[in-house]
Design a protein around this ligand. Structure first.
Ligand code: FDA
Length: 404
């Protein structure tokens, strides 16, 4: 069968794959970009509620989870949020900051996909969708260059460099597969166990019974995943954002953030009144210390239905000063042990992935197999909610695109 030759083959035409393809193409490399889906950038289209939160102004290595917290620094410094903004502005895309440094398109995520398609076109990238990758292999020493053969449903392709940009396991109906992980293992790479991250949490049965009829109720909290015992060397960060009660558990930005740090069997803790004393009015001279007044005080910080439910779920209503202090403390430490997350079907990203210890942080090249690169979500670098994951996809892609 006829083998077609390229300098670079990029597997996966998502955020990272497209960015890497045109960065390499601009340098005069002959690039083939392959995806098994019918179109490019499908996850970008559904991202950010259809408006794509394409970067975060405050991106730092601290906003990412990885077995090596320093790994992302080099790539993040090479392609910054300012570089992404410059690219977005070059294409005349209007955007706005929603909150906490999160930049969204004013109209549609399609704009970002069009940007990437245009850049790929201008850089001479050959893009093929609907192509099933069967296998990628290294040629043996006796075979002529180039190094890699990629066998696909559209025939065999050969290249000096292969870039794996096939993403994580989240949202299988958007084309997610374990291909990148399997290929990495085939080439001798270590995998940090992939797990659902930025995912809603599911209540244990008794909590579900107690809270889930309040589905749709939302309020601000400070949330944190707590380590059981003192085994964790580092305390997980806190997130001050909204919590949403769902028909199975809790979601909303605060919960998605802590889900990435949560480990099965461990508790999560929510401060329902961050930085506020709520029940002080009950301690005032002549104040009526009763359930009606408790609910009135709770309504200052919680939606009515949650305030009423919270009051009824307190173990015993003890109206002494010490009892009120205990109720105040309970409000700042609502502690739950979730039964699990909603899993990959609902998770925005996959934490874990290709172990960064075996990758060059400046180029994303495999230390085991020269010419093989891993970028984007398939790598063990996972961002917080808020545009960080795309910024990692762009930055890791540019690093590889400049090296292949
Ligand atoms: P991505 O998943 O984008 O692309 C991988 C590509 O590889 C896909 O096109 C897939 O079809 C292809 N592929 C997989 N297996 C293959 C195979 N065997 N053969 C060929 N092709 C294969 N992040 C953020 O920063 N801001 C946001 O607003 C959002 N919003 C958001 C919403 C939702 C609902 C989800 C699920 C996720 C987000 N994210 C996000 C996360 C973000 O979408 C994600 O981190 C990036 O898309 C990762 O980019 P990659 O290019 O690494 O993978």
């Amino acid at each position: 069968m006829n083998v077609r030759y390229y300098d670079v083959i990029v597997l996966g035409a998502g955020a990272a794959g497209m960015m890497c393809a045109f960065e390499a193409g601009r340098r005069g490399r002959r690039v083939l970009l392959l995806d098994h889906g019918e179109r490019v950038g499908r996850k970008i289209l559904i991202s950010g509620g259809g408006r794509c939160n394409f970067t975060n102004l405050h991106t730092r290595a601290e906003n990412f989870l990885s077995a090596n917290p320093h790994f992302a620094k080099s790539a993040l410094a090479r392609f910054t949020p300012a570089d992404m903004i410059a690219l977005v502005e070059k294409h005349g895309i209007r955007y706005h900051e929603k909150t906490l440094g999160q930049l969204f398109c004013d109209d549609s995520a399609q704009r970002i996909v069009t940007l990437l398609e245009r850049e790929c076109g201008e850089a001479g990238v050959e893009t093929r969708c609907g192509v099933k990758v069967i296998k990628a292999r290294q040629k043996n020493a006796a075979e002529a260059a180039p190094k890699f053969i990629v066998e696909t449903s559209a025939g065999d392709f050969a290249a000096e460099s292969v870039v794996i940009a096939t993403g994580g396991l989240s949202i299988p109906k958007m084309g997610a597969t374990s291909f990148g992980y399997e290929l990495a293992q085939q080439f001798g790479h270590t995998l940090i166990e992939p797990r659902a991250a930025l995912a809603p949490l599911v209540f244990a049965p008794e909590d579900r019974e107690r809270w889930c009829d309040l589905s749709g109720v939302s309020f601000e909290v400070v949330a944190r995943a707590e380590a059981k015992g003192k085994t964790r060397t580092k305390v997980a960060p806190e997130f001050r954002e909204k919590l949403l009660i769902t028909h199975r558990g809790v979601s909303g930005p605060a919960v998605l953030q802590v889900s990435s740090y949560w480990k099965p069997g461990e508790p999560v803790r929510f401060d329902l009144a961050p930085g506020r004393e709520v029940l002080g009015s009950l301690l005032e001279k002549n104040a009526r210390r009763d359930a009606a007044n408790l609910v009135a005080a709770l309504r200052a910080i919680l939606p009515s239905r949650m305030a009423e439910r919270w009051a009824t779920t307190q173990p015993t209503l003890d109206w002494t000063n010490a009892g009120i202090a205990r109720m105040e403390a309970a409000l700042h430490a609502w502690t739950l042990v979730p039964a699990g997350t909603e899993g990959f079907a609902k998770a925005e990203v996959t934490a874990g992935g290709i172990d960064t210890a075996e990758l060059d942080a400046r180029t994303m090249e495999s230390r085991r197999v020269p010419g093989l690169y891993f970028i984007g979500e398939v790598v063990d670098v996972t961002g917080w909610l808020g545009g960080y994951n795309f910024q990692w996809a762009w930055a890791s892609a540019v690093s590889a695109g400049q090296a292949v």
